[in-house]
Structure formats: C-alpha cells, structure tokens
Design a protein around this ligand. Sequence first.
Ligand SMILES: Nc1ncnc2c1ncn2[C@@H]1O[C@H](COP(=O)(O)OP(=O)(O)O)[C@@H](O)[C@H]1O
Ligand SMILES: [Mg+2]
Length: 497
Amino acid sequence: MQEQLIPRRADATPHAASLIEGLRDIGYSLETAISDVIDNSITAGARRIQIVTETCSDDPMIAIVDDGQGMTEIELVAAMRPGSRNPLAARDAPDLGRFGLGLKSASFSQCRRLTVVSRKFGKTSAAIWDLDDVAKRNIWEVQLPPDVLGIPAIDQLGSAGTLVLWQKLDRLTGSFSHNVGKRAEVINQRIAETEGHLRLVFHRFMEDRPPLFIMLNGRVLRPLDPFAQKYSTTISDPEEKLSLAHGDMEIQSFTLPHHTQMSKADWEDVAGPEGHLKSQGFYLYRGRRLILHGTWFGLCRQSELTKLSRVRIDIPNSMDADWKIDVKKSSAQLPSVVRDRLRKVIERIQDGSKRTYRKRGQKLVDHERLPMWHRIQADGQISYRPNAEHPAFAGFGESLPQDLRTGFFNCIALVGASLPIETLHADLAGSAEQIVPDRVDEDTLVQAVQLTLSALLGQKDIKEIIALMRDVDPFRSAWDDTQRIISATIETRKELP
Ligand SMILES: Nc1ncnc2c1ncn2[C@@H]1O[C@H](COP(=O)(O)OP(=O)(O)O)[C@@H](O)[C@H]1O
Ligand SMILES: [Mg+2]
C-alpha cells in the first residue's frame, strides 16, 4: 500500500521591510492618494475635511483632518494593519473602502512616515508607521507615541475625528529634496492640480444638503459638476436603470451647453486640464464618488461631433468585482453584460449630434437661403465651394467688363480650391470653439450688403431679406453693423427719385 504523503509546511511570513516598501508602488498619484484617505473620512461620517499643507519648512508635510467618528486605540491599530479588512465581506452601501489597504498604500505612495491620530469618546490615540524604522527592525510593529503634543496639525482635530499626517515626503519632493524653494514650488504645483481632482471626484458629496466641506489650507473647495447642471441649457436625457446580478446600475446622458452659452470660466472649469475633447465620455461613479471619466471604454472615439456629450453611470460598490475596480479606485473595466447597452447609448448620442450637425450644414446648402459657400457631397467626398451666384459675388461680377469678370470668378474659384483643409482639421480637433469667421472691414461689409440688397429687393420683401441675411456670414458675425448698413441703404434708396 502506498504510504500517505503528509504535506509539509514552511513559514513564509512576509519580510516586513521589503513588503511594506512594495506597498508604495501600486500606482497612486498625489490626487488618487488623497482621495483614498478622504474616502475613509466620508465612510466615518465626516462633514468637514481639512487638508493642511506645509511645504516651505525643513520638514514638509501634508495633513488630512476629519470630524468623523474617530477610532479607539484598538481600532486605530487595526486600521494601521495592511489588509485590515476582508474585501470579500459585504459592506454597508456608503462604504468607499475595499481592501483594507487604502490608508497605508495611499500614504506610503507619497511619504515614508505616516502618523494617524484619532479621537473617539474623548480619548486620543496615535500610531505611526515609519518606513525607516520598519527597515531597521524588520517587524510589523507600529509605534505608539506616548503623547500627541507637537504633532503638526493636531490643533485641527475636534472633539471626534481623525488626523492622517504624511511626513518625509520623499516621493513628492523627488530630486529637489535639498532645494527648499524648488521643493515648495513642486509640491504646491502638485497640490494645485489635486484641487481640481478633488472638486470633481467628490462633487456630489459637496453638493449635498448639508454639504460635505473639503477645505484646502482654510479655503472651502467648490464642487465641480462635470454636467454643468446649473445651466438650464444643459440637456439631460431621462435616467435609465439596468438591473444586474449584483445591483442596479443607472445611466443618464447629458449634452453640455455650447461654449457661447456658458461663462468662459465655467467652460474652462468643466473642460478640466485635459480639455473638452478628452473629457467627453462616460463618468463612472461608485457610491456617488467618481472613479473614472473621459473615456468611451473603447466603444467609440472621442470626436469633435460628440465633444459635448457626457454620460453618467452610477454603480453600487456591490459591483466592484464586475467592474474590476482596483485598490486605488482609479480604474475599472467594462463588464461584458453592459457593453451592448452602453453601445446603444453611444449610438443614440451620435445620431443626435449628427442630426444637429446636419441641420447646421443644411443652412449652408439650402438654396432658399443665402450661402457664401456650397457644401458639395459626392462620390464619398465632401468639398466646399464659394457660391459664385451669391449676390455679393454675382452683382459685383456683373459690374465688371467681360475680360475682368472672368478673372474675378477665377479668383473666387481659387479661394475655394485652396481651403486650408489640414490646418482646419488640426484646429477643429484641438480647440474648435476658437475658430471664428474672419472679421470684414466696413467697406467690404457695405459692398456685400448693398449688392445683396439690390439683388434681392425686387424678389422678396425686406423682412424676408433680413431674416435670410441674419443666418449667414459675414452678416451673422457682424449683425449690428449689418443692420445699420441695411437701414442706411434703404434710407438712401427712398430718397432717390
Ligand atoms: N478617517 C478615518 N476615520 C475612521 N476610521 C478610519 C479612518 N481611516 C481609516 N479608518 C479605519 O481604518 C480601516 C482601514 O482603512 P483602509 O486602509 O483605507 O482600508 P479600507 O478603507 O479598505 O477599509 C477602515 O476600514 C476604517 O475602519
Ligand atoms: Mg479606505
């Protein structure tokens, strides 16, 4: 008979010094790290979160202080343990945590010394992970300081709450650690970028009544609603619900107002650092906290046509596994069951934008109207050609002697044939709203208005002519001047015998 083999076992406790260093590099940035600490504060019921930074001193630091429920010393020591909770355990709906790693890995991604001070039931406890200390001793032990006096930002802690303090900011200071001025500049720049991120990621909490206050060095941050819903000109489609195995998902599409319908400051705010073209797409919220944005999940391209489209997706945290939400809560993958549904949402958006676009194009080709340019679509190609029959061209052409007339129309055809398509294309892809019709000077405008009027006055009444002209350039872009010239021209005509 074969002898039964008993499996042997060997101790494989992680090497503290190296594993804790490894926790530093799972890909957090300053903004995702601070956001993860703020998630804990929100879960702890905080209504006020203060971020305090000290960048100019010899020992720069970042502190995040909340007024949540706080922790007892036992809870605090548990919280300092990497992997303090089981990610598979069911969680309360508002819980923004997951792996029991966030506090530690987010902090170590930015600093080598993490101090957490927490106050609960009137008792204050503190614990410190110092990576240099762990490297020396190589054991999983946090330091419990005998008192909390002198800990930076401790004065910000109220009757209950938690202070998360980052010191030894080696990652943030990088190669400038010895140049105090440069170091402060680098950190401050990164913190300014973080501000925009926090305003966006937590905007729904900051819009709550009563709101969650997030303060940066004493200043309350304003929420940044990526759908600009304070503008009545934002178009919001009805909300759709999708019931899936692990909960309900909600989808709502928005079309931002045209840039001319928003203040410049708001338009730029909503564009974010990446600009509008790159900020279109899905905005995925987990438990009302933004996880990622500005992507169509590879279902279509970010095009100029859909630049103003943003789609809100809301998922509960019970869907983490389906969406492969990562520890940092900054990435996710589209589950195959929702792929088709989202594809339909995109198709609808694309059809809608094409329709508006075509409507605008139609104005250009409508022969009842007065186009300076014709849009010609044939054999799968689209070209633009100046409309030689436009009264401004035709009228002037007719006033020329025959030999000059041909030359004049040749010149106009030349302008059409040399439209700078590549440059236009590049500009449209970048900042379409900055492209405007060229201004014409008074002389040119007067000539165009007069020629147009004399060509049309016999055929249409003045009201119709004005309505026609109002819709096309160059009159549309210089409408006040055009109106003035029309009135003056009509007055002069009346005076004529
Ligand atoms: N600001 C805070 N207030 C109260 N408790 C906190 C706070 N930050 C962290 N904790 C506690 O520490 C635990 C571990 O936090 P973390 O490492 O971020 O993992 P997770 O959020 O996934 O549980 C939390 O589950 C919570 O119990
Ligand atoms: Mg957490």
